[in-house]
Design a protein around this ligand. Structure first.
Ligand SMILES: [Ca+2]
Ligand SMILES: [Ca+2]
Length: 287
């Protein structure tokens, strides 16, 4: 009887040791996972101050949407500041970064880069979330309201000074797979404010693509103002927009097949548009 009790005690202590080792192992792998990136994720780098390097970590399959080439999304965001200090945000179980590579831009004009992300809530879909390094912490500075339903995504189409006021704004296409809605968002007093009436009928992403935006922003016609070139909802038409007092359509080009890769520049006023029939169409912007 005593022998048996001793054996049970011994077995219990072995079990406890095993549990402690397992917990330690999980802690170690947990720390490593916070640092290790998405299998297809990239590292964003930018000169200047604030966040100068950023990437997504803690790969997870807890959100079963899977429109970006696989069903692995990110559970954390890591950003490194100009002094080389690393900061991380770990999302609650109810959220993921449904994105591939974060973007760095100074959205509030304070000379320090923010990190611009796509963050999805399992129950209500995607939102734009902007983080900044304040003191020794990476914290949320602003975010849009989630779209409102699970499995509804948005594409951050481009970041540029669309309105020409010296700051950077975001071109965002909400629900690009089911009739996308284009908005130009600016950071104003800690909020992301939509600058124009919503523009419907655009698509800057198709399901399965790892290119999170097919759009291109820049001074595409050399007039000094920034344009946005993007596919319409059918992706068989290229539309170029300019953002003055209102949203102006600069040009519309019909295409023989669907745009399936990001639009590229081709010379000073040229665009190269790759289609899903293998063709590349070259378009010259009017002066
Ligand atoms: Ca800033
Ligand atoms: Ca221009």
């Amino acid at each position: 009887m005593v022998k048996l009790a001793r054996r049970i005690l011994y077995a219990a202590s072995q079990l406890r040791e095993a549990a402690v080792s397992l917990a330690f192992l999980l802690l170690l792998t947990g720390t490593a996972a916070a640092q290790s990136g998405l299998p297809d994720g990239g590292v964003a780098r930018a000169p200047g101050a604030g966040a100068v390097t950023a990437w997504y970590g803690q790969p997870t399959t807890r959100y079963g949407h899977g429109v970006l080439g696989d069903a692995i999304e990110a559970g954390s965001l890591v950003a490194v500041d100009e002094a080389g200090r690393s900061h991380a945000v770990v999302l609650p179980e109810s959220q993921v970064f449904e994105d591939i590579t974060p973007r760095l831009a100074d959205l509030d004009g304070d000379g320090r880069n923010e990190v611009v992300t796509i963050r999805s809530t399992v129950s209500s879909g995607a939102s734009v979330a902007v983080y900044g390094i304040a003191g020794a912490r990476l914290t949320e500075l602003a975010s849009t309201r989630p779209i409102g339903r699970p499995n509804r995504w948005l594409s951050i189409a481009a970041i540029a000074d669309f309105v020409g006021d010296g700051t950077m704004q975001l071109a965002v296409v909400k629900t690009p797979h089911i009739g996308g809605v284009l908005e130009i968002l600016a950071m104003r007093g800690g909020e992301l404010v939509s600058l124009y009436p919503k523009q419907t009928g655009y698509s800057t992403h198709f399901i399965g693509s790892r290119d999170v935006s097919l759009a291109l922003a820049g001074d595409l016609d050399g007039d000094g103002a920034v344009e946005l070139a993007l596919p319409d909802a059918t992706r068989r038409r290229l539309v170029v927009l300019r953002f003055g007092k209102t949203v102006e359509t600069v040009s519309v080009v019909d295409l023989p097949a669907r745009i399936d890769q990001p639009i590229q520049r081709d010379g000073a006023r040229g665009l190269a548009v790759r289609l899903d029939n293998g063709e590349t169409i070259r378009i010259q912007m009017p002066r």
